[in-house]
Ligand binder design. Structure first.
Ligand SMILES: *Cc1c(COP(=O)(O)O)cnc(C)c1O
Length: 419
């Protein structure tokens, strides 16, 4: 954080100021491999910390319910135009508070309670909001879930088609939260067309890769594209929906007044800044480097005897099954955290263990790539991971590696962190 801003907080609330400073140091000193996280730029941080948080602006540019929108309208319009240009979309709604509300708006736009929705099951790498029972989407709608093949752990498009023909869903989701492979948008579009369903592509994880040309785009194929703005796209926490012109009205009405009140204008400005950054050549290189890093880290882990789901990765994400290492995902994740390597425990497809203590770990390379780490650094990270996973109770080893990690990280300044 900028020292002047840190002082402003400390003058009023030293407790919170100290905790923010500690978290900032933690983010600086650790290798952050949580696949859904990143480091935003100083410019994005500054926009989200601005006075725009003071303003109410229910409605859309030029059609608001409160006065004083001269500048807010321009900010939101700029954000919309940048999203449309970057992704080649007909329409963009930049108001969803986050990824989950964006997805809920898609349901509200196209479905009635009890209608059938089809999505990738959570245990296979799908997201809660794609119809999983504990989610409102699985409880207010009739959800049917497809999975991955037992032999390859990849999505079987024949199975998706068969299920769609049998269940006739009104809405089909593609994309997920733990999918290490390319999403076949064209194949989904064909199936959706055949059964007369709306196709929604959830690119929450991969939108930065799509923007940077490192993953195919769903925009030509999907009726609606949903994304978060804070994962590989490297913006503030938020959500966006993009759609074909025919669905513009339905989507906008579903977000406001259907689901939300006033948009978070400070977030909108932060998203606009992030979209401007994402339209640069530097960001294209960044997106390529994320994937190169993930492939390098996957290769290193395989050399160290890790079993990877699907054997590797096409994107930013690696999913490892630790069964052959005789350690649960949770114990591994906690030991790695003690060693300064932060990731999350995760279910693997057909996991015999419970979700709160599953067999796998999930990691992603968007944050380390934001710090300028490359393939050589991934080798080092993989070696540390192997050491920790082989000795999950060796706290002295974890402390030693944590010190090495801190020194290593000092060579790669993180965007937005001025400490
Ligand atoms: C992260 C994610 C979401 C939800 O985003 P939140 O901002 O956490 O609500 C939705 N869909 C997918 C595929 C995700 O990975």
């Amino acid at each position: 954080m900028h020292p002047a801003l840190a002082k402003t907080i400390a003058d009023v609330d030293p407790e919170i100021a100290e905790l923010i400073a500690k978290e900032e140091r933690r983010q600086r000193d650790s290798i952050r491999l949580i696949a859904s996280e990143n480091y935003v730029s100083g410019a994005v941080l500054a926009a989200t910390g601005s006075i725009l948080t003071n303003k109410y602006s229910e409605g859309y540019p030029t059609k608001r319910y409160y006065e004083g929108q001269q500048y807010i309208d321009q900010i939101e319009q700029l954000c919309i135009e940048r999203a449309k240009a970057l992704f080649g979309a007909d329409h963009a709604n930049v108001q969803p508070y986050s990824g989950s509300p964006a997805n809920l708006a898609v349901y509200f736009a196209f479905l009635k309670p009890g209608d059938t929705v089809m999505g990738l099951g959570l245990p296979a790498g799908g997201h809660l909001t794609h119809g999983w029972p504990v989610s409102i989407t699985g409880s207010y709608f009739k959800a049917v879930q497809y999975g991955v093949r037992r032999d390859t752990h990849r999505i079987d498009m024949d199975e998706v088609r068969e299920l769609a023909l049998k269940e006739r869903p009104k809405l089909i989701w593609c994309g997920g939260t733990a999918v290490p492979r390319t999403i076949e948008f064209a194949a989904y579009a064909e199936i959706a067309k055949e059964v007369g369903a709306i196709l929604a592509a959830d690119i929450a994880h991969i939108s930065g890769l799509v923007a940077g040309g490192a993953h195919p785009s769903p925009v030509p194929f999907a009726d609606v594209v949903s994304t978060t703005t804070h994962k590989t796209l490297r913006g503030p926490r938020g959500g966006m929906l993009m759609c074909k012109t025919a669905h513009q009205k339905a989507i906008d009405k579903a977000v406001f007044p259907g689901l939300q009140g006033g948009p978070h204008n400070h977030t909108t400005a932060g998203i606009a800044v992030a979209l401007k950054e994402a339209a640069t050549e530097t960001f294209k290189q960044y997106a390529k480097q994320i994937v190169a890093n993930a492939k390098a880290l996957a290769a290193t882990l395989v050399e160290h005897g890790f079993d990877l789901i699907t054997g590797g990765t096409d994107n930013h994400l690696v999913l490892a099954d630790l069964t052959s290492k005789n350690i649960s995902g949770k114990i591994a994740a906690k030991a790695l955290d003690a060693a300064g390597i932060e990731l999350n425990y995760n279910s693997v497809p057909f996991d015999p263990r419970k979700p709160f203590d599953p067999s796998g770990i999930r990691l992603g390379t968007s944050s380390v790539a934001s710090r300028g780490m490359k393939e050589a650094e991934m080798k080092q990270i993989g070696a540390w991971m192997a050491q920790v996973v082989a000795a999950p109770a060796d706290t002295a080893l974890h402390a030693k590696i944590s010190g090495e990690v801190r020194e290593f990280c000092a060579k790669f300044p993180a965007p937005g962190i001025l400490l």
